[in-house]
Design a protein around this ligand. Structure first.
Ligand code: 1PR
Length: 536
């Protein structure tokens, strides 16, 4: 490969940089991996996608001599692009598991978002930035949303104002990018920000082609956009091929004589289609993962690999994330299972059944063992990489005092005129009810390290009658992590309803997209008309 098409990538092995690799390759560049500190100094252009926790990253970089090489490289003003933690590490210190010293190139400290006033943390999703000074790489981004996922941020100050090239508003006005000379870094993820993100990467890789960005005199105020997520329930059909299927109240078999698993298409193709149609995220749920070993399920890993080559928005995968012993007696920890998913291109994993058991145990003992899949995966990959998928079923009761779980007054009374309901969590794809409610589960998994909740509802699944607003309000008011409303979308108005009546951060649908009844774009057009901010 000719040198001018080569990008040096600093991957210090802490997590998934596959999507950055995919994006660079997609833009027609080759990647050379940093093996030793000299490779940094010899780079023509260096991309540094920081992943994982600040302290762990600095420890590795200090130990292998990369920290010193990075400082020298930046001091020489050589082309540099830091992403996410790759921005934060340039600052003097971070309070994440610290204080911990950073590279100290830029004055300032990295601090946590303050969630004490109910701010949802992590900051996950699409937000617009305000350009504060000219920089070569942010050309064309003004007014567009880019994808963020982080709990810590660097704050602008007099001492670092020469560096700051854009700020973003979320609770505080934090630094969303820095640029000085050839040194650039972004807090958001260009590799997950769709076409606009790819254009930022391209501007960095092909600086001659990018014109300068002007600071805007009147930046438009922006909020975190509400996300629209397309979900693909995936399972092997009776022939053993992975297909996208869709249930009615979790029953995925056709009510015909053949009783076949409903086949709505191929996962990779559908995911690419939804990306092009404007989905803000794509989720894959391996719905038989609870009984089959997911790593035995190579096709699922292939689906992720292929999808992540062409889909530049966040990908979540769920189903079967738990400890497992295979037929040969080999033991796999849930962390190994999750790691395999991350390596294959997932940005987040979603845990269902195993999170229910973990929460039950935690509520019983009050002890965080650190051993549950939830805790282990979030410790290594960060809270923002762990979603808990809740599959509750509505249980009507006459009075909230009838049960020990949190009940709500329902909008529509039950069949016997019951005015209250609690939402019973289930495991194994809704097959088994457990002694814990959705409210109790959500609060427990937040404490155990979940970064987001995917809130399904078995009663509403596939019915097209709207989201269960009572349930979603109950859960989204109970936690300060983002809640994804799921199950029951039938028309565009259901999306505005859930955002107007609850504090859900995202809404997910499956059936209406698969059956092409409602295009993603119409959902977003409708939300915009209703004054709800979305990424277009
Ligand atoms: O328990 O960790 O192995 O995870 C299993 C995962 O698979 C869970 O996330 C669980 O929600 C999911 N799952 C298991 N069985 C089914 C099933 O349908 N038989 N699907 C299933 C869950 C529900 C939603 C669906 C929405 C929107 N699917 O994801 O996409 O309800 O549908 P709609 O818009 O058509 O109404 P583990």
């Amino acid at each position: 490969a000719s040198a001018d098409r080569t990008v040096t990538l600093l991957d210090y092995g802490a997590g998934n940089v596959r999507s950055v690799r995919n994006a660079i390759r997609y833009l027609g560049f080759d990647i050379r991996d940093v093996q030793k500190p000299e490779d940094i100094l010899n780079a023509d252009r260096l991309v540094f996608p920081g992943v994982g926790a600040f302290a762990a990253a600095m420890e590795v970089l200090n130990q292998n001599g990369m920290a010193e090489a990075l400082r020298m490289y930046v001091e020489k003003d050589r082309p540099f692009l830091g992403i996410c933690l790759g921005l934060q590490l340039l600052f003097e210190s971070s309070e994440e598991n610290g204080p911990v010293e950073g590279l100290g190139v830029i004055p300032g400290r990295v601090t946590r978002f303050d969630s004490s006033n109910g701010l949802i943390v992590p900051h996950i999703g699409w937000n617009a930035v305000q350009i504060t000074k000219e920089s070569g790489i942010l050309n064309g981004i003004e007014g567009h949303h880019v994808y963020f996922v982080h709990s810590y941020h660097a704050m602008p100050s007099d001492a670092n104002k020469d560096w700051v090239s854009s700020i973003c508003n979320y609770g505080d006005s934090f630094i969303s990018s820095i640029s000085r000379g050839n040194i650039h870094a972004v807090q958001f993820h260009p590799e997950k920000s769709g076409a606009i993100g790819l254009s930022i990467l391209k501007n960095f890789l092909n600086p001659s082609h990018s014109s300068t960005t002007k600071a805007s005199a009147h930046p438009k105020a922006s909020k975190l956009a509400k996300r629209v997520i397309a979900c693909l329930d995936v399972r092997a059909n009776d022939k053993g091929d992975l297909v996208v299927t869709k249930g009615d109240q979790y029953d995925v078999r056709d009510q015909t004589d053949e009783n076949e698993v409903r086949n709505l298409g191929k996962p990779v193709e559908l995911a690419s289609q939804y990306y092009k149609d404007g989905a803000d995220e794509v989720s894959f749920l391996n719905i038989t993962g609870f009984r089959d070993f997911p790593l035995g399920d190579l096709p699922m890993l292939q689906v992720l690999r292929y999808t992540s080559e062409n889909v530049f928005v966040p990908l979540t995968v769920g189903g079967g994330i738990r400890d497992f012993t295979d037929a040969n007696g080999r033991y796999y920890s849930s962390l190994e299972v999750a790691s395999e998913y991350f390596r294959s291109g997932a940005d987040k994993v979603s845990i269902g059944s195993d999170a229910v058991y973990a929460a039950e145990e935690y509520l019983k003992t009050g002890v965080k063992t650190g051993k549950t899949s939830l805790e282990q995966i979030s410790r290594v990959y960060g809270n923002q990489a762990v979603v808990v998928s809740i599959d509750p079923r509505r249980v009507y009761v006459k009075s909230p005092n009838d049960i020990k779980f949190k009940a709500v007054k329902v909008t529509k009374p039950g069949p016997l005129g019951e005015e209250y309901a609690w939402y019973q969590c289930t495991v194994n794809g809704g097959r088994e009810g457990r002694p814990i409610g959705a409210y109790e589960l959500a609060k427990a998994v937040e404490e155990l390290g979940a970064g987001e909740i995917l809130l399904n509802c078995i009663d509403c699944d596939g019915q097209g009658q709207g989201f269960d607003i009572d349930l979603i309000k109950l859960v989204s008011d109970a936690v300060t992590i983002p809640v994804i409303a799921s199950s029951g979308a039938g028309v565009v108005e259901h999306f505005s309803e859930v955002f107007q009546k609850t504090s859900a951060s995202a809404a997910l649908a499956a059936g209406i997209f698969h059956r092409k009844e409602v295009p993603i774009l119409s959902v977003k057009d409708h939300l915009l008309r209703e004054g709800i901010e979305v990424r277009m």
